[in-house]
Design a protein around this ligand. Structure first.
Ligand code: LLP
Length: 464
């Protein structure tokens, strides 16, 4: 997908918003059956209420692989990677693996020319076993363990983003005397942005980064420059996640150019790189905003060019770290309905997954747009609460979702926009076992990650 087609997906979304449900209007729409604006671009309605993704029938996939099932459209991931590279031809585009990582995913982004952001020895190790080149990897983390740092140095990770003062000496100690490790420093620009309080990381009152305002960032920079085994190549910030406006990024760039100017004035060093993190918002329901990547590229480049010209600094090489925006819309979760329960005020549709494969509604109150698949229904859409099978009342997958009034046990529900921060945050709650992930491409499906079995889970339990 080109940059233009990302915008056209946006246009599709906004066009459908006026005709169907949106945040402010929960009136049942007359025809939700063709609403695929937030699905992978390859999604098509098919016979008997089925939907195909990359020409693979979701109902057939559910029969073949079982439910709950996560379906990942390889073409959608690759198209999004290409759209980013087109929009940011002179920048390093680094995929934030925390959104979703498996070996195939690492290979896809590698072959599209992206880098990889990891935040543990685990993510790093998996990427390396998939053949990801270490020099294109960036290591993050507010509290990196000794193992994280050792593994990163041993494997030759390209850049390590320092996030606290004690980490500076700890890292310097383990870099071999003959080497120099490239590092960046994560700073707090003091900007509030992001879809929920728990994912806002640009302000002072949270755990990431070093404050520019209270001088911690400047202090840490001096410490790094005093370490001969560390090479400070630039500044990093990540102001938050699920951001749908370009403005906070422009403000962050301005703030970081200010700090780069101080570094030049105090230390005589012109930093060659600038990493502005990820956080690019996507639509979880038809009609919701997403960040306009083309506009982001234009505005950030303009700000960098003007700001650096004004400060008489060379324009640094830009790095961006999108996670959700690369993989979110490529994923579809498929569940089977187990029970339908009417209470005085609500209809609860309970499925065979839940908060162990998608904790996002419980954590951030996110609302999804599930869809009945595999059967055509003439019943009027009704607002229902789609819940999981876990022992917790907060185990809600989709609040106020519109589903046909005759939804019943045995039905299949598909939840689009399930590619990011579902399985990467999946838990072992109630020992249900984490769902498998299949890749779909050109009409065929293949297993990427198998279902977690009772055997997998009980093998860890070695006590008596
Ligand atoms: N770079 C850094 C340093 C980050 O910490 C993150 C995300 C990203 C890039 C990628 O952000 P993205 O483009 O995916 O928004 N679990 C939450 C999101 C947490 C994001 C953590 N850091 C959620 O489900 O919304």
């Amino acid at each position: 997908m080109s940059v233009t087609s990302i915008s056209s997906a946006q246009d599709r979304a906004s066009a459908s918003a006026s005709a169907s449900d949106s945040d402010s209007d929960s009136t049942p729409s007359a025809d939700t059956s063709v609403e695929l604006s937030i699905w992978p671009a390859s999604a098509r309605p098919a016979a008997e209420g089925d939907v195909t993704v990359a020409d693979v029938s979701l109902t057939e996939a559910a029969d073949r692989f079982g439910t709950p099932l996560y379906v990942l459209d390889e073409g959608e991931v690759r198209d999004r990677c290409r759209a980013y590279r087109t929009a940011f031809p002179d920048a390093d585009v680094v995929y934030a693996a925390k959104a979703f990582l498996c070996r195939a995913m690492a290979r896809w982004v590698e072959s599209e020319g992206l880098g990889l952001d990891v935040c543990s020895a685990g993510e790093l190790g998996l990427a390396i076993t998939a053949g990801f080149p270490a020099e294109r990897i960036v290591l993050h983390g507010n509290a990196k363990s000794p193992e994280d740092l050792y593994t990163a140095v041993r494997l030759g990770v390209g850049r390590i983003v320092l996030d606290s003062t004690p980490e500076i000496a700890r890292l310097a100690e383990i870099v071999p005397p003959s080497d120099r490790q490239q590092v960046m420093i994560r700073v707090v620009p003091g900007i509030a942005a992001g879809g929920h309080a728990k994912i806002r990381t640009g302000t002072e009152d949270q755990k990431f980064g070093l404050s520019i305002t209270d001088g911690s960032a400047q202090h840490a920079i001096a410490r790094i420059l005093a370490q001969p085994r560390l090479e400070l190549v630039g500044l990093h910030c990540h102001i938050g996640s699920q951001i749908t406006s370009v403005k906070p990024y422009v403000a962050a760039v301005r703030r970081l150019i200010g700090l780069m100017t101080q570094v030049r004035d105090h230390h005589g060093l012109e930093l060659p790189q600038l990493n502005i993190g990820g956080g690019h918002g996507i639509a979880y329901r038809p009609g919701q905003d997403r960040l306009d990547i083309g506009a982001l590229a234009r505005r950030v480049h303009a700000e960098l060019k003007d700001g650096c010209a004004h400060a008489k600094l060379p324009v640094p090489r830009l790095t961006i770290e999108p996670g959700r925006a690369l993989v979110g819309s490529a994923g579809v979760a498929v569940y089977r309905v187990l029970t339908v329960k009417q209470t005085a005020g609500r209809t609860f549709v309970a499925v065979d997954g839940g908060m162990s494969d998608n904790p996002r509604p419980a954590l951030y109150g996110v609302r999804y747009a599930p869809r009945l698949i595999g059967r055509r229904s003439m019943a009027q859409p009704c607002p229902v609460t789609v819940v999981g099978r876990h022992c917790e009342a907060g185990d809600v997958l989709a609040d106020e979702a519109l589903l046909p009034g005759d939804v019943r046990p045995g039905d299949l529900l598909a939840v689009p926009t399930a590619g990011a921060y579902h399985l990467s945050m999946a838990s072992g709650y109630n020992l249900i076992g984490r769902p498998p992930v299949i890749a779909v491409r050109d009409g065929s499906a293949r297993m990427l990650v198998r279902r977690e079995s009772l055997d997998d889970m009980s093998r860890r339990d070695i006590g008596l």
